[in-house]
Design a protein around this ligand. Structure first.
Ligand code: DGT
Ligand code: MG
Length: 579
């Protein structure tokens, strides 16, 4: 509930629409409540007196009242839908922007499936709740109080039937609500899980096929799907018991009214028309109570959804600019790691990097070598401040990366991540991603350096070739080269290539290296590579093992001083090496 109240701050800009919707709803109730009274007039004054004019004129009034009620209701719908839809759009925008502000660490906290569910179905729940609130909430109590008052005022004796009926129905509603409450949160949870299963499957569908895991995946999906279905079914079953039961109570009340009313008619203390009106008022008193039961379900479902949405909105980006962050411009590209320790867990336990100390001078080519899981990617992630060091500091040109404006920091760093990700669009757009205003010439220059130009020109549409979703129509090596070109195009002062040539043949890799050497002589380069041939010419080689630098220096030095390095070298290039 409290989360619903918090999220309702989004209704603020639409106060006018909301007030209009509520006023119209009040008018709907007035029109609706007048109808049973008019029926009473038709019967008592028209039918009983055989007064045709009275019947016709009152019937016209009745038609008028129903038309008015419909018109008011349409007006209400227009305003309430407008307010709640706009609000939905506002929340969605805030959610999206929030997610964009997330750091890598924040993103690790949510799965893509979770975020998608919150952006879609959770938001729909909240929107539906507010629509319902604006269309029902005022109507139900007004109807209830209005009908009951009219009944008491016109015939107190008869209205006593309601004094029995209301408590009985209330107990029923209470039982229903307390049963149904937990279901809605569960439905959203199961839906989220289902979305996660589907999303993972869709992303990895090729792997699924490759490993012939179709049956397993089908089962996993069926399981999630069934869980959702069963929860929904249980809920629907509760509903299907509740509504017929209230109908029975309502019909019993009708019978009671006709019975006691009939006796009053015989005694001459009331009219047939009054009884007719009363039967109608029974429905308009009980209808809101049933609505309440429905609303209770919606409220719990919406508040579960609101809570999950607020979780995203409340998440503070754990990496943020300081208020007085320094804007970097024209940097030289000196990178220093000083006593750096880093852990992915928030409490700083289990560090994956330890005691890192090194200096990369501007224009230096630093190679990082190490077995898988040794912390190479984690190390370079600290330079653009994707994560913050747990201890020690990383500085660029003497500035601690935590003190500088992130945008200015990252716009000086060209990076090609280990997992290449491309966007659907043309090859040109993908290369230009970091600098949309780059000219064709610049795009080609970057592509040539990345040894991508030739294969791009090999496509019939050249740079206009469309890249499929996540680069499906490109080979692994082609994707890597586009990612390198994308990083080069921003003319970075610091270039980071994380295993970016692993799918490229050695010959091409050497050409890329030569091009970088020539064109980016002043750029500090960090190159993570598996092949030792890539690092032979580096100004500095860092050998990582279990998060620590175990050797550093140039190739020739390391051959003499580092047994680990010599071992890697021998296994790859030395005597008996495979290559
Ligand atoms: P690679 O790419 O296979 O050659 O391996 P490296 O050297 O790039 O290793 P790295 O830095 O990705 O991983 C170092 C350790 O950190 C490894 O034990 C896995 C762990 N790790 C990596 N990424 C994450 C993450 O996002 N969250 C957590 N909790 N651990 C991570
Ligand atoms: Mg890695």
């Amino acid at each position: 509930m409290s989360e619903l109240r918090r999220i309702s701050k989004y209704t603020k800009p639409y106060r006018k629409e909301i007030v209009a919707a509520i006023i119209l709803l009040g008018l709907v109730v007035v029109a609706d409540l007048s109808i049973p009274r008019l029926i009473q007039v038709i019967i008592d004054d028209g039918v009983a007196n055989k007064d045709m004019d009275k019947i016709i004129s009152t019937s016209l009034l009745m038609i008028g009242a129903s038309i008015l009620s419909a018109v008011f209701m349409i007006g209400n719908t227009v305003f309430s839908v407008r307010a709640s839809r706009k609000m939905e759009a506002d929340i969605r925008e805030d959610l999206f922007k929030k997610i964009q502000s997330f750091s890598f660490g924040n993103l690790d906290d949510f799965t893509t499936g979770q975020l998608l569910t919150r952006l879609s179905s959770d938001l729909t729940q909240v929107q539906m709740f507010f629509t319902m609130l604006l269309r029902m909430f005022t109507r139900a109590p007004l109807m209830f109080v209005g009908s009951l008052s009219i009944m008491i005022l016109t015939n107190f004796e008869l209205s006593r039937v309601m004094f029995v009926m209301i408590p009985v129905t209330s107990i029923l509603v209470y039982m229903f609500i307390s049963r149904v409450q937990p279901f809605f949160a569960r439905v959203q949870e199961r839906l989220e899980y289902l979305n996660q299963v589907m999303q993972e499957n869709l992303v990895g569908i090729r792997v699924v096929k490759a490993f012939v895991r179709r049956d397993y995946e089908n089962e996993r999906f069926e399981d999630a799907n069934n869980q959702l279905f069963e929860t929904q079914l249980e809920f629907t079953q509760l509903l299907s018991i509740f509504f017929p039961l209230t109908m029975v109570i309502m019909n019993m009340a009708t019978v009671a009214i006709i019975y006691y009313g009939g006796m009053q008619v015989f005694a001459g203390t009331t009219s047939v028309g009054t009884i007719m009106a009363f039967v109608n008022y029974v429905f308009s008193t009980m209808f809101p109570v049933m609505m309440l039961a429905m609303m209770a379900g919606q409220i719990s479902s919406a508040s579960a959804s609101a809570e999950r949405i607020m979780q995203v909105l409340d998440a503070e980006p754990d990496i943020q600019d300081k208020p007085d962050a320094i804007k970097l411009s024209n940097i030289k590209g000196k990178v220093v790691f000083k006593d750096v320790e880093f852990s992915y867990s928030e409490d700083g336990g289990d560090p994956v990097l330890r005691d890192l100390n090194f200096t990369a001078e501007p224009g230096e080519n630093v190679a990082i070598l190490g077995s898988t899981g040794s912390g190479k990617s984690s190390l370079i992630n600290l330079i653009p401040r994707f994560y913050d060091a747990t201890k020690g500091q990383v500085t660029i040109d003497g500035y601690d990366v935590r003190d500088v404006d992130m945008e200015s920091l990252r716009s000086n760093i060209g990076i090609s991540l280990q997992e290449v990700s491309l966007f659907s669009g043309t090859i040109r757009d993908n290369i230009r991603y970091g600098r949309p205003d780059a000219t064709q010439e610049e795009v080609e220059q970057a592509a040539k350096a990345a040894q991508a130009h030739d294969f791009i020109m090999g496509f019939p549409n050249g740079y206009d070739t469309m890249v499929g979703e996540r680069g499906t129509n490109l080979s692994g090596g082609q994707k890597q080269r586009l990612a390198i070109a994308r990083a080069l195009l921003i003319k970075p002062k610091i270039l980071i290539l994380d295993d970016s040539t692993s799918a490229v043949d050695i010959e091409t890799e050497i050409k890329i290296e030569e091009a970088l050497e020539e064109q980016l002589a002043e750029t500090t380069r960090f190159v993570i590579a598996q092949r030792i041939s890539t690092v032979l010419n580096a100004d500095q080689i860092l050998v990582l093992d279990e998060g620590k630098i175990v050797a550093e220096g140039k190739h020739t030095e390391l051959m003499d001083t580092s047994p680990i390095y010599k071992e890697i070298y021998d296994s790859q290039l030395g005597n008996g090496g495979a290559q």
